[in-house]
Design a protein around this ligand. Structure first.
Ligand SMILES: [Zn+2]
Length: 126
């Protein structure tokens, strides 16, 4: 076993493989998410990286284009989730994807549905 520790897990081995196809800008920003979670001692698990658009659920092509990463919210309270989302939407205002519905820059979005998770996304062409 390695003597170094990681606070970053993946739900499926595919997620680890898929991180190679993520846009460098997103990968750089994601490192900040990893560090933020480590600092706050939040579990961090990547649940989806690159993939096909999910029918009736995906509203954008961000996962298909390597512009998105989903992470689990297990082990975090609603307040902790909302604080993190707000922090990163301010920090990465200049790279967050522009949401179709609100027209605002959104780097991190708390998806509350059948499968709660945080969707991390950057705008195209950066
Ligand atoms: Zn997503």
């Amino acid at each position: 076993m390695y003597r170094i520790e990681s606070n970053f897990k993946v739900k499926y081995e595919k997620c680890l493989v898929d991180l190679r196809y993520v846009k460098p800008t997103l990968l750089r920003a994601f490192v900040d998410v990893v560090e933020y979670c480590k600092l706050h001692e939040y579990p961090l698990q990547v649940t989806r990286v690159v993939g096909e658009k999910i029918k009736n659920i995906s509203v954008s092509t961000s996962h298909e284009e390597g512009r998105a990463i989903d992470i689990s919210v297990k082990g975090m309270t609603e307040k902790q989730i909302n604080n993190m989302v707000e922090y990163f939407n301010v920090k990465f205002y200049n790279i967050g994807a522009i949401s179709y519905s609100k027209g605002v820059s959104t780097f991190m979005y708390y998806h509350v549905g059948t499968a709660k998770h945080i969707h991390i996304q950057i705008r195209p062409n950066i």
